[in-house]
Design a protein around this ligand. Structure first.
Ligand code: FMN
Length: 348
């Protein structure tokens, strides 16, 4: 895959010198429209009637991800705002869209480009489980394929885009390096009745390291952050960062509001053989109840102390959330359980 990507990148860089964002083309031009001409060659389709799940929030994030970059972008988004998430999956499993210098991916895009108004030009996707019409805002996260929107996202929008009529739609595009103007054009063609919010966000190889910050600025610019509570915050100790799934209560609302301004770093000490406790440096609203804690719990004690549990204790506390970890051993090593003080950073 890595070798194929470097060949593809070398070829696309060369071609782009001559033609803006040019990409490798299938060798036999006759074959370019095979998918359009022959729907049976068209990757099948999950044609059952969708059985939609109820919407839990006002925002839907829809994504397709072949190699994981868009999935990672979705994590950045859902770390900051509350949203339901729907992943699109090709109807046919196990295809290698990057094989033979990205031939299959190119064929799918070329078929759409040849006859964009015909349903048969679009590859099949598995049955979807969310109805975009149930949401106020839809965020589309898609890879760029051959300068265009990835074929499976185009297939979804062609088939279900009418669910987004009148909705606010945001677009995030992930590419290696190619510019995203044709992806934006695809989105506008496929969602002619939606209201696009601001500019699309472009994540690529050279800015991926700053992805969290770029996503945060983009969401803030669209006024999506202020209005919604995230489902997660993050905790960082000694350079390692893991998510905390948070409660939705007055304490977490105040904590998230503080973290929107800046991250919070404090010193925590080991206590009782079951926790790391330290002063947050501010007071949060409490709703204390008698709780028997479990490993992973993040608890507010006395309104101004954060307790990170790797064991159990029963006391009157306010729940903040739960650290997401693989195993108790991993959690204990993360918190340096039973050892000295640690510097803890909480962040969005
Ligand atoms: C079939 C295919 C075609 C691609 N075409 C391009 C391209 O034209 N320009 C580019 O910069 N990246 C291209 N890429 C790279 C992807 O856009 C990039 O790796 C993206 O981050 C992938 O997102 P994902 O990991 O969520 O699938 C292509 C990838 C595939 C699989």
């Amino acid at each position: 895959m890595r070798k194929a990507l470097s060949i593809f990148l070398a070829v696309s860089t060369l071609l782009s010198v001559f033609a803006c964002e040019a990409l490798p083309m299938p060798e036999d031009p006759e074959k370019q429209n095979d998918n359009a001409a022959n729907p049976s060659n068209n990757q099948g389709d999950g044609d059952e009637t969708p059985n939609y799940e109820d919407a839990n929030s006002k925002t839907l994030v829809v994504y397709y991800s072949y190699t994981g970059n868009c999935k990672d972008i979705v994590s950045s988004v859902t770390g900051l705002i509350e949203a339901d998430v729907m992943e699109l999956k090709p109807a046919v499993d196990g295809q290698d869209y990057a094989a033979n210098n990205y031939k299959l991916g190119a064929d799918l895009i070329n078929a759409i480009n040849a006859k964009p108004d015909e349903a048969a030009s679009y590859p099949g996707i598995k049955t979807i489980d969310r109805n975009a019409a149930d949401y106020d805002t839809v965020i589309i996260v898609t890879p760029l394929w051959h300068s265009h929107m990835a074929a499976f996202m185009q297939a979804y929008l062609f088939k279900y885009g009418s669910q987004m009529a009148g909705k606010n739609v945001g677009l995030i595009v992930s590419s290696h390096s190619s510019g995203i103007s044709s992806v934006i054009a695809d989105a506008k063609r496929l969602l002619s009745n939606a209201t696009f919010m601001g500019d699309a966000l472009w994540i690529n190889q050279s800015n991926r390291g700053k992805q969290d910050e770029l996503v945060k600025n983009w969401l803030t610019g669209l006024n999506l952050i202020e209005n919604t509570m995230p489902s997660k915050i993050k905790i960082s100790v000694s350079g390692k960062t893991i998510p905390i799934n948070i409660e939705n209560n007055d304490a977490t609302k105040a904590l998230v509001a503080a973290l929107r301004e800046t991250s919070i770093t404090y010193e925590a000490k080991d206590y009782g053989g079951f926790e790391k406790v330290g002063p947050l440096g501010r007071t949060l609203p409490t709703s204390d109840t008698q709780i028997t804690t479990q490993a992973g719990d993040v608890i507010l004690y006395s309104g101004n102390q954060i307790v990170l549990f790797y064991g159990s204790n029963t006391w009157s506390y306010t729940r903040i959330g739960k650290m997401q970890y693989e195993s108790l051993d991993e959690l204990k090593s993360f918190l340096k359980a039973g050892e000295g003080n640690i510097s803890v950073t909480l962040l969005l």
